[in-house]
Design a protein around this ligand. Structure first.
Ligand SMILES: C[S@@+](CC[C@H](N)C(=O)[O-])C[C@H]1O[C@@H](n2cnc3c(N)ncnc32)[C@H](O)[C@@H]1O
Length: 261
């Protein structure tokens, strides 16, 4: 098993090559099944196919997790007015339970432009359906979920080194997180570094192994470099892997520069 690298392929197959119980934490955001063009992957499956796809990768993640391992699964809020888009949360949570996970937390990430101002909405300000009419009003989607799952043990089996500051602990120890969405044009749907950074600081020790089976532009790996964790990434699109490797090198260089200063 190669640590600190990104493997190219369908994560459902690549995950099978990893040994049992080798991962401390999985931090990921899968394709949401909303028809985005990721180049190689299909993001417009039938509900049944998408659920089967979700089962396949979540079962493999369960197998490769350590007994005291955790999963932070970031999934977009289902837009109920768009038919066949996203995932039915009731079905997702039943699936999670049937694999053997327990739900540890449900964190709501509010996409606010400024962390200190929750009302500074970051996103479309106009998609509200029928304006000022009960005909068919739609709630603008301002949030996403981060489902935090446990394999078996809620508590980590050993005591390692935590690297978060007091303020970071305080910010994470809440079921509502506020930070802006990522606006990069290089990847179709990146999450901001804040998301894996918080999950990693809050749920892992220094040196722990973090898996992202849908690593895209490498954001989880960047957060691992920043926090001194090891990463395993998987991505189907080789262009995204090249982009991720560039970002990781840049992050390592910045880290070196900070150490010299
Ligand atoms: C929501 S994006 C994740 C973006 C990532 N968090 C980032 O910050 O760049 C989902 C990613 O999963 C990749 N993908 C889709 N299906 C895949 C599969 N079966 N195996 C591996 N990667 C896949 C897509 O190419 C896309 O980059």
């Amino acid at each position: 098993m190669t640590l600190d690298s990104i493997m190219c392929g369908d994560c459902r197959e690549v995950l099978k090559t990893l040994p049992d119980g080798c991962v401390d934490c999985c931090v990921t955001s899968p394709p949401y099944n909303i028809g985005l063009d990721y180049g190689t992957a299909d993001d417009r499956k039938s509900d049944d196919d998408y659920l089967a796809f979700t089962r396949d990768y979540l079962e493999q993640c369960y197998r490769v997790l350590k007994d005291d391992g955790r999963v932070c699964l970031n999934i977009g809020y289902k837009v109920s007015t768009v038919k066949e888009a996203g995932i039915d949360y009731v079905e997702l949570l039943n699936l999670i339970k049937s694999i053997g996970y327990t739900l540890r937390e449900t964190i709501i990430w509010v996409k606010s432009k400024r962390p200190d101002d929750p009302q500074s909405f970051c996103g479309s300000n106009t998609a509200w359906g029928s304006w000022m009419s009960a005909s068919n009003p739609i709630c603008r989607s301002r949030m996403e979920f981060i489902f935090v799952l446990n394999k078996n043990s809620f508590k980590k089996h050993h005591r390692g080194i935590s690297t978060m500051t007091r303020q970071e602990f305080m910010d994470c120890a809440s079921t509502v997180w506020y930070f802006p969405a990522e606006r990069s044009r290089l990847h179709k749907a990146p999450f901001p570094v804040d998301l894996p950074y918080r999950c990693i600081q809050f749920y892992t020790y220094q040196g722990d192994v973090v898996l992202d089976p849908f690593i895209g532009s490498g954001t989880t790996a960047v957060a691992c470099v920043r926090t001194g964790r090891r990463y395993i990434g998987i991505e189907q699109n080789p262009d995204y892997i090249r982009m991720a490797e560039g970002r990781i090198q840049q992050e390592k260089q910045q880290l070196k520069n900070r150490q010299v200063c």
